[in-house]
Design a protein around this ligand. Structure first.
Ligand code: SF4
Length: 756
């Protein structure tokens, strides 16, 4: 790997070992068999991602049509073992654990206490949760909501695990209540994708299917670490490699999952024989994405100038795009020296990537939060589109855009209307379907919601899943904001930080998990989800519910809506919750692409929501794909400053921590760590594992965290990496992406000092 400031540190022994392999099998067994009820969990695992089974509550990587008997990865097994735990958090648990004691426990400890088993209420001035009936809980919430001066004083958050049916009912309830305050976890992850793509290709979603990975000649993996965050993607990448497809990885950290993969379902994989994944690994500087993409495109244009008409797809550009000339002129004014300085790479490396791009007839570009959580995230995404348009790599087999979502139904929730700025067409169809005037005024996104809580404009916070307090930026600011509100309500499966950091009053409403049987109206119900590749399919759990008190998300929302909206709603809430087909009939009338939903989703593999871009019918203002022009962001660091990016370990899923190990990065037993280049550590006089304090610097504001271990790692000079959510206190509430307002978890300026 290139290092303009001298030779990069030697690789630690074994760090280049392939990921997965026998160890993944061992870890799967360990998580599945380590607590009582192992047989039950093994049976459950065999239903995971199966046609008549349940969808993995983990990431949103799609399932192949041909499913293996064990259609899951190691992390999928961890998610199932976690949800199917025999441990229960009952009234007895809360009688032993007042909030004043729970707050001192780690996030990992809280999540390990087990499944929430019954509705609990914490009254104003009390330090304890006490049992409450469902009806009393709904009445309590209704009472507080009715006291508000405006519906906009309430916030209704959604996590990406929520099913389509629950999400549709939730947004309907919230809009009948009178607000669009529907912040969701997508605001913190792919919002930049949903903001950037519609204006340049006419859809906010990807344009490829899993089958396209079988036809691509080259795949670009940008700001993504599939080895830990989308592990089954490695199967598709491995088979692509075996076909001769070339892969370019663009990531500051030399992630083992981008280097080599040993398939745990193959003998050679179990023997540790890996498949090289990346043909080229560009370790750009944190936040250098626009620069590296401009560098690759400059090299492509240079190749075109050397052999006019042989590199660019001229007919595609003429027929299907607009803005090329302005784009080309602007790019020509960008100097290579600036591109190298801002990317942290040499032009030679970007030219290598361009050669691979130009040498391929069909290219797929994949990205995740390494692209979407920066100040210039919208530009990052649109520069990826610019690159793909140059050779017509959108709307043809084996080519296209692939934003990979990190939560199983985060895309589906947005499709169902979970959005603080809903399209007017959607509101019109919703109002017509249910005979009411939906609120038109845009609501608050996640950062806006936190500010409203902190400034007292919002007084009630209701969360459908998730762990808001841990997942959000500026942890102490957010925690104080949440504590200041009158009522917090968490609809959840597992105990977490957001049940401990609460408002004056707090309610816990425990719901069914993905793995569990959902009986309504005396019949088993299934829900639906939408994965990263726009496949809408069913999910049905078969396990007996963890407690007789649990209710499904749709049933909870229906009960709440009926109570809160008493006398001002004609929606037959309870009837909808008794038969999800009836919810889907309404979805079919309101959401475009869901016509005949109940019939279409009963097909073995569900159906695909095809956007116009998939066939080059770009639904943009001009009806064409747009080349766009973006300035080259310039990041300068003062002496002693680093650009910090937050990452996930291999043993976590979003804020759920399964262990303190991160074997692909050589970390055991720690999560408060900061990865640094060995030369930077030497120059700063830091020893390996030395405890250090980190301080972030933003518009004159300083935020600190203490007691992090300095760990040498293969990443560019003056860059640092820490774990989400431990480093979230360093992410300022005001540090957000332009236009999409996604918190900039991936690039924060910090300084490091030895702990005293
Ligand atoms: S790749 Fe993602 S969706 Fe598939 S089993 Fe693993 S965690 Fe679950």
């Amino acid at each position: 790997m290139h290092d303009p400031e001298g030779k990069r540190s030697e690789q630690r022994p074994g760090r280049e070992r392939p990921v997965a392999g026998l160890t993944a099998l061992g870890e799967t067994a360990r998580h599945t068999l380590r607590v009582p009820g192992a047989l039950r969990r093994v049976r459950t695992l065999l239903q995971l991602n199966q046609v008549r089974g349940f969808d993995c509550p983990g990431c949103a990587w799609p399932d192949p049509e041909e499913r293996s008997r064990a259609e899951f990865c190691e992390n999928g097994a961890k998610h199932v073992a976690h949800e199917a735990t025999p441990r229960r958090v009952t009234r007895k648990f809360f009688s032993r654990w007042p909030l004043s004691k729970l707050k001192d426990q780690s996030d990992h400890w809280l999540e390990q206490q087990g499944r929430l088993a019954e509705p609990m209420l914490k009254r104003r001035g009390s330090d304890r949760y006490e049992p409450v009936s469902w009806e009393d809980a709904f009445q309590h919430i209704a009472g507080v909501l009715r006291q508000l001066d405006s519906p906009n004083e309430a916030l209704f958050y959604t996590s990406g695990r929520t099913s389509n049916e629950a999400a549709f009912l939730y947004q309907l309830f919230v809009r009948q209540f009178g607000t669009n305050n529907l912040p969701d976890c997508s605001n913190m992850c792919h919002e930049s994708t949903s903001t950037a793509l519609p204006e340049v290709v006419g859809t906010g979603k990807g344009t490829v299917g899993l089958a396209d990975f079988d036809r691509a000649d080259a795949i670009f993996l940008i700001g993504q670490n599939p080895g830990s965050n989308h592990p089954r993607m490695l199967t598709s990448l491995q088979s692509a490699k075996r076909r001769g497809c070339r892969i370019v990885s663009i990531n500051p950290l030399r992630e083992r999952g981008l280097v080599s993969f040993a398939h745990p379902k193959e003998l050679r994989g179990l023997l540790g024989k890996g498949t090289l994944i990346s043909d080229l690994f560009l370790q750009l500087r944190v936040g250098g994405d626009v620069a590296v993409l401009k560098g690759i495109m400059k090299a492509v244009l240079e190749a075109e100038e050397r052999a006019p008409g042989s590199v660019l797809d001229g007919s595609f550009i003429r027929e299907y795009t607009t803005g090329f000339e302005a784009f080309r002129k602007a790019l020509q004014t960008v100097r290579w020296e600036d591109v190298e300085a801002q990317s942290g790479l040499l032009r030679g490396e970007m030219r290598q990537a361009a050669e691979i791009y130009v040498g391929a007839e069909r290219v797929i570009a994949c990205w995740a939060m390494g692209i979407t959580q920066h100040k210039h995230a919208v530009s990052n995404v649109q520069e990826i589109v610019n690159l793909m348009l140059l050779r017509g790599n959108i709307g043809k087999e084996g080519a296209g855009l692939c934003p990979v979502r990190g939560h199983s139904n985060v895309q589906g929730d947005r499709t169902m209307g979970i959005c603080e700025k809903p399209p007017s067409e959607f509101l019109e169809r919703l109002g017509k379907e249910f005979g009411f005037e939906p609120p038109q005024e845009h609501g608050l996104n996640t950062v806006g919601a936190i500010r409203a809580l902190a400034e007292g404009q919002a007084k009630v916070f209701i969360a459908l899943g998730g762990n808001f307090v841990a997942a959000t930026p500026d942890t102490h600011y957010t925690a104080n904001a949440v504590r200041s509100c009158r009522l917090t309500v968490q609809i959840s499966t597992m105990l977490n930080r957001s049940h401990v950091v609460v408002g004056e009053e707090a309610l816990i409403l425990p719901c069914l998990g993905r793995t569990e049987r959902d009986m309504q109206g005396g019949r088993p119900q299934f829900v639906t989800v939408e994965n990263s590749m726009c496949v809408v399919h069913r999910s049905q759990g078969h396990l007996a519910p963890a407690s007789k008190h649990l209710r499904s998300e749709p049933a909870i929302i229906a009960g709440l809506a009926e109570t809160v909206l008493k006398g001002r709603t004609k929606v037959p809430w309870k009837a909808l919750a008794r038969d999800y087909d009836r919810i889907r009939e309404h979805i079919a009338h309101v959401v475009r692409g869901f016509e005949n939903f109940n019939r279409a989703v009963r097909a073995p593999h569900g159906f695909v929501l095809q956007s116009g871009a998939c066939s080059r019918a770009f639904e943009t203002a001009s009806g064409r794909a747009h080349f766009s022009v973006h300035p080259l962001p310039r990041q300068t660091l003062e002496p002693g400053q680093y650009l910090m990016t937050t990452i996930r370990s291999h043993d976590q899923f979003n804020t759920t921590i399964y262990s303190f190990d991160d074997r692909y990065r050589g970390v055991r037993g720690h999560r408060r760590v900061v990865f640094l280049h060995p030369t930077d550590m030497a120059e700063a006089g830091l020893e390996e594992n030395q405890l250090v304090d980190l301080a972030s610097h933003f518009q004159g504001e300083i935020r600190t965290v203490a007691g992090f271990r300095a760990i040498p790692f293969d990443l560019p000079r003056r860059c640092a990496a820490t774990y989400f959510p431990e480093a979230n206190p360093l992410v300022p509430i005001g540090s957000i992406a332009d236009r999409s307002h996604t918190p900039t978890y991936k690039s924060i300026v910090i300084t490091i000092s030895p702990s005293s």
